[in-house]
Design a binder for this molecule. Structure first.
Ligand code: GLP
Length: 235
């Protein structure tokens, strides 16, 4: 695992762009993408660059169950607004939160991943160590599934909604098995709220209690941190 710590999120985002561009230059064509505030700086760098993604495929990690793609807090909308409208891919996949038939949505999404094996997977991290929406306790062998969000995740993510009652308590998420199958992983984490989860990733044991620790078993992972998320590391 390669770990980089930066003083500012801007420097960290520029480094993340270098890692992304390097993967692209080495032939990566299918990009697993993430939402949240953390990758916004990377997406700005991608938009500013002259990289051409029009022959590439993107597959997003997750989507809230019950949110339409035009809902401002949906991850479909986030991706359109933060990246796709500026830098289109050949084809972009995000789970359909409006598909109430979970079995159908899961089958379709797993088929998309099977048809486009992920070369490069971008990850943020939840305060409780979740990746995508794989909450603590999720078996590592699971693929895409409908998740019951923990009360703490609903609360943390309520900052983007008008009230906590509007936050969906379920989501579709790629599974840990899908994330681990990616050839390369880039994880970004900013802020002290992520420090415990980052300490578990870098200094702890592999445990389903802290989903991100699965990455200790992946052979090609880059971790980009700021001082806050790195603040509990012993060296
Ligand atoms: C959500 C997403 C995660 C993301 C996390 C952190 O829970 N499902 O994929 O990593 O938020 O978001 P932020 O970067 O805003 O802290």
């Amino acid at each position: 695992m390669k770990v980089f710590v930066y003083n500012t999120t801007q420097e960290a985002s520029e480094k993340a762009y270098d890692v992304f561009e390097n993967a692209y230059n080495n032939g990566a064509n299918v990009f697993g993408l993430a939402t949240g505030s953390t990758p916004e700086g990377l997406y700005s760098e991608i938009i500013k660059s002259d990289i051409d993604l029009s022959n590439c495929i993107s597959i997003n990690l997750d989507e809230y169950y019950g949110l339409d793609k035009n809902h401002p807090q949906s991850y479909n909308y986030y991706m359109y607004d933060n990246l796709f409208k500026h830098k289109p891919f050949k084809k972009s996949y995000v789970p359909n939160g409006m598909n109430k038939d979970a079995e159908d949505e899961v089958r379709k999404y797993n088929q998309i991943i099977d048809e486009h094996p992920i070369d490069f997977q971008l990850l943020g991290i939840g305060v409780n160590g979740h990746i995508g929406f794989n909450e603590p306790g999720t078996p590592f062998e699971l693929r895409t599934h409908l998740v019951e969000l923990t009360p703490s995740t609903v609360e943390v993510n309520s900052r983007f909604f008008d009230s906590i009652d509007e936050v969906p308590n379920q989501a579709y998420s790629m599974g840990i098995a899908d994330i681990m199958a990616a050839k390369e992983v880039l994880l970004m984490a900013f802020g002290e709220a992520k420090a415990e989860a980052i300490k578990a990733l870098i200094e702890g044991e592999v445990s389903e209690d802290v989903p991100v620790t699965c990455l200790k078993n992946h052979t090609n992972v880059t971790v980009i941190l700021d001082q806050g998320s790195a603040s509990l590391l012993s060296k």
